[in-house]
Ligand binder design. Structure first.
Ligand SMILES: [Zn+2]
Ligand SMILES: [Zn+2]
Length: 291
């Protein structure tokens, strides 16, 4: 970590170095390493187009610069004493437990922010001028995670400033959590299923509670297929971590739950999975009206 500077308080270039190191390492692991080392089951019906990975990796630099700028702003606001961030290490047991609660709160806030800003980005003028480049990948790769317009980055990352005014957050946790969300975004575009092992606290809790039957992902939590389908059906699936917003607001794709069940049912479910695949081919990604 010495090479990457202090976790918090190092300024813009330290923040940018941390983001580049985590983002491109995770992208390499998810896109190149894991599929070579393990048997992975694709959730896609198409292959990425030639040159797509390089293009997505390059386009991610803009949002990474924006995110480093957002963190520099957070550091400056904290220095001026206007946020609820706090410092101090190591934590007491009570403080450590509070940090776990903070992570869950940040997940719910992040998910809600992502859902509603994502729906806004599907409003035709914003979609055509800002969000469309992200949707050019109908078979996304891990490097598509932050491959979007810098203005979209400003909107998506604004919640990282807002949460500093909503609840007390340890400054180091704020940085570590938002570094980790880059990996969550990349995982959601990996093209193969990593649920139920998406390493969030909620997934861990679902696995522990599910015991041996925890191989099937918890229905309340997103799978990789969930966002992957958004790239084929842009009017469905706007959330990031959990399924409740899409379910409550009627934006969950009617084939989604059947396709997930089929995916995890093995060979017996391959026919149902093929049905989602056929539906995907019959209705290629298109957009135009408000979501
Ligand atoms: Zn996406
Ligand atoms: Zn979208």
């Amino acid at each position: 970590m010495a090479l990457l500077g202090p976790l918090y308080g190092g300024g813009f270039w330290v923040a940018f170095r941390q983001l580049v190191a985590v983002y491109y390492t995770a992208g390499f692991v998810l896109h190149y390493l894991v599929p070579r080392l393990f048997h992975v089951k694709s959730v896609q019906q198409r292959k990425p187009r030639p040159g797509q990975v390089a293009q997505e990796a390059l386009h991610s630099l803009g949002p990474l610069l924006v995110k480093a700028g957002v963190w520099t702003l957070v550091e400056e606001l904290h220095r001026r004493g206007s946020t609820k961030l706090y410092q101090g290490w190591p934590p007491t047991l009570q403080q450590a437990l509070y940090m776990l609660v903070t992570i869950v709160a940040l997940d719910y806030l992040h998910d809600a922010w992502f859902y509603w800003t994502h729906r806004l980005l599907h409003w035709k003028p914003l979609y055509m001028h800002i969000h469309l480049p992200h949707h050019r990948s109908t078979a996304p790769t891990a490097f598509c995670g932050y491959s979007f317009h810098p203005l979209e980055a400003l909107l998506v990352f604004a919640n990282e400033v807002l949460v500093c005014y909503l609840l007390p957050i340890h400054a180091g946790l704020h940085r570590a959590y938002h570094l980790f969300t880059t990996v969550i975004h990349e995982g959601g575009h990996a093209g193969y299923e990593i649920a139920p092992f998406i390493p969030s606290l909620e997934c861990l809790a679902a696995l522990l509670l599910g015991g041996a039957s925890g191989r099937r992902p918890c229905a309340a939590l997103n799978t990789v297929r969930h966002h992957d389908m958004h790239h084929r059906y842009p009017r469905s699936h706007f959330s990031l971590y959990m399924t409740h917003w899409d379910w409550l607001c009627g934006t969950e794709h009617p084939e989604y739950r059947r396709a997930v069940a089929a995916h995890f049912a093995g060979e017996a479910g391959s026919k149902a999975a093929a049905s989602e695949a056929a539906a995907g081919e019959a209705a290629p990604a298109r957009e135009g009206k408000a979501a």
